[in-house]
Design a protein around this ligand. Structure first.
Ligand code: PHE
Ligand code: FE
Length: 287
C-alpha cells in the first residue's frame, strides 16, 4: 500500500497502529465489537466519566445534549447503533476504519456524509495523552456534533473542499481550518464561550486550559482567510483558539470558491500559532 509505505517512511519506519489487513477499498473494516475486552470497556467508562464531568459550562449545548442521547457511557459503543440514530437525524453514518487513513479517502467519506471512526482504543498508560486518534477521540469527540444539521452540512462541505484543495495545492491551508474549527473550535453563546472542537472535548487537560486565561493562549474571532494562514501546534495545547458565533458562520464562510484564496495565500507568509495581528482583538478576558 502506498499510503502505509509513505507513513512508515515519514515516521522513521514506525508502523501505524491498527490492522490494515482486512479493509475494503475505502479503508472500511468491521468494528468486531465482540473482540473488545472487559478491560477496554472499563477504560472507556473511565475516559467517559472523566471527560463528561468536565463538560457542563464548558462544552456547547449541542454537544452535551447529543452525547447524553447517544447513551455511550457503559462501554465502547456499537457503531451500528449510533450510526442508525445519526442517519435518522442528519443523514450521516459512521464507518469503522483501522486508524489514520489517506487524505483522499478521508475527504471522500466526509463528502458522502460518512464519518470514519478508528476501531481501536488507547492503552491505559495513554489515558491522558495519545498521539494518533483512537475510538475515544473519534467517537466521543466528533460524533455528537454530527447530530447538528448545520455542522453536519459543514463537515460534508469540508470533505468536498478537501477533494478540491488536493487538485489546487491548497491542502496545508485547508487542514488548518479543520484543525482550528472541527478539532479546536470555540463558539460564542449567550451563556459565554463554549467548546465544540473534538480535539479539546476528548482531552483531559485542554477542556479547562482553553477557556482559562493564561500567558500562552488567546481567543480571537474566526476569520477564515486568516485561519488558513495560521500554523498550529500538534505537540502542545493550542496558542490560538478561533471563536465562531454560529455553525452557520462556518457553513456560509466556506461556500465561496477558495481557488483565489489559495492563490493569494501562496504569496503571503504563514503566521505562527501565537500571532496577534494589529487589528485583532483578544476575546479571552483578563483575570
Ligand atoms: N468552498 C471551498 C472551495 O471552493 C471549499 C471548502 C468547503 C473549504 C468547506 C472549506 C470548507 O474551495
Ligand atoms: Fe479528530
Amino acid at each position: 500500500e502506498d499510503f502505509l509505505a509513505t507513513v512508515a517512511e515519514k515516521s522513521n519506519g514506525a508502523a501505524l497502529r491498527g490492522d490494515y489487513e482486512h479493509m475494503d477499498a475505502h479503508y472500511v473494516v468491521q468494528q468486531n465489537w465482540d473482540n473488545y475486552t472487559e478491560q477496554e470497556h472499563e477504560l472507556w467508562r473511565k475516559l467517559y466519566q472523566r471527560q463528561s464531568a468536565l463538560l457542563p459550562g464548558r462544552a456547547c449545548d449541542e454537544f452535551i445534549e447529543a452525547l447524553a442521547k447517544m447513551d455511550i457511557s457503559a462501554g465502547i459503543p456499537v457503531f451500528e447503533k449510533t450510526s442508525k440514530e445519526l442517519f435518522a437525524a442528519t443523514g450521516w453514518t459512521i464507518v469503522a476504519v483501522p486508524g489514520l487513513i489517506p487524505e483522499l479517502t478521508f475527504f471522500d467519506h466526509l463528502a458522502n456524509r460518512r464519518f470514519p471512526v478508528t476501531v481501536w482504543l488507547r492503552k491505559p498508560e495513554e489515558f491522558n495523552y495519545i498521539v494518533e486518534p483512537d475510538v475515544f477521540h473519534d467517537f466521543f469527540g466528533h460524533v455528537p456534533l454530527l447530530f447538528n444539521p448545520v455542522f453536519a452540512d459543514y463537515m460534508q462541505r469540508y470533505g468536498q473542499g478537501g477533494l478540491k484543495a488536493m487538485r489546487l495545492g491548497g491542502l496545508d491551508e485547508l487542514a488548518r481550518l479543520y484543525w482550528y474549527t472541527v478539532e479546536f473550535g470555540l463558539i460564542n453563546t449567550p451563556a459565554g464561550v463554549r467548546i465544540y472542537g473534538a480535539g479539546i472535548l476528548s482531552s483531559g487537560g485542554e477542556v479547562e486550559y482553553c477557556l482559562t486565561r493564561g500567558t500562552k493562549s488567546r481567543h480571537i474571532r474566526l476569520d477564515i482567510e486568516r485561519c488558513l494562514r495560521t500554523l498550529y501546534k500538534i505537540d502542545s495545547y493550542q496558542e490560538t483558539y478561533f471563536v465562531i458565533d454560529s455553525y452557520q458562520q462556518l457553513f456560509d464562510g466556506t461556500a465561496p470558491d477558495f481557488t483565489p484564496i489559495y492563490q493569494k495565500l501562496k504569496s503571503m507568509d504563514v503566521l505562527t500559532a501565537n500571532t496577534l495581528l494589529a487589528d485583532e482583538i483578544e476575546l479571552l478576558p483578563a483575570l
